[in-house]
Design a protein around this ligand. Structure first.
Ligand code: FRU
Length: 520
């Protein structure tokens, strides 16, 4: 009893002394950076960004046992590009993301550049078992020392595997699996299983064309063919290839699509993504197409590739929302850059032309809170304003048969982002020259970004705009024409002005303005 009393007394004294200390203003330090994570200026609220530091290309996009993996080029020590690792995040619904520890670290063969991942279902590699098939990542090794010494063969391809659905990774002990015979830019392997020939197919880029390999076991590779020396855009080095089949919904015809990022040489400057439509027989990819086609006409959708193994059969694409022209200079402080929304790719034949369509996955609707619904009927030259508290975390959607109008988002700081449908020149123009901060790099705000609008149907089309603090994605006619762009306004835009530029009345119908909830 005595003892209990003594303990009680001591406890009271200790509590008292604690209170005293507090009243002396001794505060437990609070880590502001942790408290404010995902609330920083310019931080996207419904796009994937790493919690901190530098990110570029999406890598190893693969679905396995209920999880969509997103690996990405990552430098954990700075917010500029540096020695590359594979960062890692996972999602169950392709809307919300969970950050995971770094998956792949540089090793004696070099830094870990871009690549892909597959589920080796039949354990062809022998790295797992039939009961527990391995996830195998195939990536580029970049040997800094070799590069500095002026060698040409400093990029090779290596593999790593995981037996616990991506939680931990082991590098293959006989890396590299593809050596380099002296091609300076030799990288970004995309691998997939080709059922017809029962082989793994690997596509990589070699300078400014693509090479195709096959393998029975993911370890030994045979060079089969190359593609693209004479066709498409060649204004820069080719990067991050992808190759996959798609069926045209209306006719059932199957075509193969090759995606190639190119830097520089994109239509609006710097980095961009072109595609080719053709056929693949297990050895050669062939295409009648000579001129480049662009997956996205904006300046900020690069190095995008698609998921392997998606159970629904959808072809899901994610790109890096930046451009090598200014990626290292954008005005964020804790992290740099974001991924595009995951987009479903589909193929259409429009006026005899194969066209790759890209449009956000349906799941995004779960974040939408519809706030304003209305219609506008504007006389020639008439303007109308729609106010909304924050267009920078919102979706604006409408239908129109008009082709000559502009819509301008603006804020109290007199910054404005302008979208112009220019009927005379049959083009769409994005003007971010006064959209906010632009001076961090000359190439960011120095010109108008243009997209031809040929082949649009003559009637109503849907225009869908998704803004997320420092990015905007515009989908015209459900993804037939797409532009993705970064923006850095001082304050959120809260005024949207529609102007009829034509000589006839303009109807903007089914306008729906929605807030998009944060995923973090
Ligand atoms: C594309 C790219 C890839 C390379 C990676 C390096 O943005 O240049 O070709 O593997 O980034 O981080």
């Amino acid at each position: 009893m005595k003892n209990k009393l003594l303990i009680g007394l001591c406890l009271i004294c200790w509590l008292h002394s604690c209170r005293d200390k507090k009243s002396e203003n001794i505060e437990i330090p609070v880590d502001r950076t942790l408290v404010e994570t995902y609330k920083e200026k310019y931080r996207p609220q419904y796009h994937f960004t790493p919690e901190k530091m530098w990110m570029n290309d999406p890598n190893g996009l693969v679905y396995h046992q209920g999880i969509y993996h997103l690996f990405y080029q990552y430098y954990p020590d700075d917010i500029v590009w540096g020695p590359m690792h594979w960062g890692h995040a996972i999602s169950k619904d392709m809307v919300h993301w969970e950050q995971k520890p770094i998956a792949l670290y540089p090793d004696e063969h070099g830094l870990i550049f871009s690549g892909s991942a597959v589920v080796d279902l039949n354990n062809t590699s022998g790295l797992g078992s039939k009961e527990n098939p391995p996830l195998v990542a195939i990536y580029t090794y970049h040997d800094m020392k070799g590069e500095k010494e002026g060698a040409l063969d400093f990029q090779t391809q290596g593999i790593a595997y995981s037996l616990d659905n991506g939680e931990s990774w082991v590098k293959y002990d006989k890396n590299p699996v593809i050596l380099n015979e002296g091609i300076k830019d030799f990288r970004d392997p995309k691998v997939f299983w080709h059922e017809e020939t029962e082989h793994w197919i690997l596509v990589l880029v070699a300078g400014d064309y693509a090479q195709i390999y096959n393998s029975k076991n993911l370890k030994e590779w045979t060079l089969l063919s190359d593609f693209g020396k004479e066709v498409g855009a060649h204004g820069g080095v080719w990067e991050c290839p992808d190759l996959f089949p798609l069926k045209i919904a209306e006719t059932g015809e199957e075509k193969w699509v090759m995606i190639i990022s190119i830097n520089p040489g994109a239509p609006n400057g710097g980095s961009g993504t072109q595609y080719f439509i053709g056929d693949f027989d297990g050895t050669n990819f062939t295409s009648d197409q000579k001129a480049p086609k662009w997956l996205d006409w904006g300046t900020d959708n690069y190095a995008g590739v698609t998921y392997n193994n998606v159970p629904s059969g959808e072809r899901i694409f994610i790109g890096w929302m930046s451009n090598w022209d200014y990626a290292r200079n954008t005005p964020t402080e804790k992290w740099r850059s974001a991924m595009t929304l995951p987009r479903n790719l589909s193929l259409s034949k429009i006026n005899g032309e194969y066209t790759l369509i890209n449009y956000p996955l349906e799941g995004l609707a779960s974040l939408k809170q519809s706030r304003i619904k209305k219609e506008l009927n504007l006389a020639p030259q008439e303007k109308e304003v729609i106010n909304f508290d924050n267009y920078n975390q919102a979706e604006v959607r409408f239908q129109t048969s008009g082709r000559y109008f502009d819509l301008t988002f603006s804020n109290a700081s007199e910054e404005q982002l302008v979208f112009l449908f220019d009927q005379e020149n049959e083009e769409f123009i994005l003007d971010r020259t006064s959209s906010g901060q632009t001076s961090f790099k000359e190439t960011f705000g120095d010109k108008l970004h243009k997209m031809p609008l040929e082949n649009l149907p003559s009637g109503n089309i849907e225009v869908r705009i998704l803004m997320d603090w420092s990015s905007v994605e515009i989908f015209i006619n459900k993804g037939q024409k797409v532009m993705t762009s970064q923006i850095f306004p001082k304050d959120p835009y809260n005024v949207l002005t529609f102007t009829n530029l034509g000589a006839e009345g303009l109807s903007i119908m089914d306008i729906e303005i929605s807030k998009i909830e944060a995923i973090w």
